[in-house]
Design a protein around this ligand. Structure first.
Ligand SMILES: [Zn+2]
Length: 117
């Protein structure tokens, strides 16, 4: 019985963690990310660089960057795939942001603006 319960909990967690990575959601997410980076690309006018909106580090590929949801994926499902609901950050700045604000980063969209100042 204990084992059954364990498997049940494990499956629930697994599904929860991966729900957005399946099928349609995954495709929508990819399109969203491409659009976000397309906007970021144009920020510097004629140049061919992507840029972190916090530390301004520039690269020619998106590899070191994350597309951060201003209004979190969890709390604002209607705006999940709005390309304007995003900030491009390098992985380092993105991790720092979430470390600094913790759970509040999910519930309060204003924090990212405070962080970018
Ligand atoms: Zn950065």
């Amino acid at each position: 019985m204990k084992q059954v319960l364990f498997i049940f909990i494990y499956t629930m967690r697994y599904k929860k963690r991966n729900r957005w990575k399946s099928g349609k959601e995954k495709l929508k997410y990819r399109v969203w990310r491409i659009n976000v980076f397309a906007l970021n690309f144009r920020k510097l006018g004629l140049s061919r660089w992507y840029v972190c909106e916090k530390c301004n580090v520039k690269r020619k590929t998106t590899r070191i960057y994350h597309a951060h949801h201003i209004k979190s994926w969890h709390k604002f499902p209607e705006e999940r795939y709005d390309k304007l609901n995003a900030v491009v950050l390098c992985k380092i700045c993105h991790n720092k942001f979430h470390k600094k604000y913790g759970y509040k980063a999910i519930t309060d969209p204003e924090l990212i603006y405070e962080y970018l100042k």
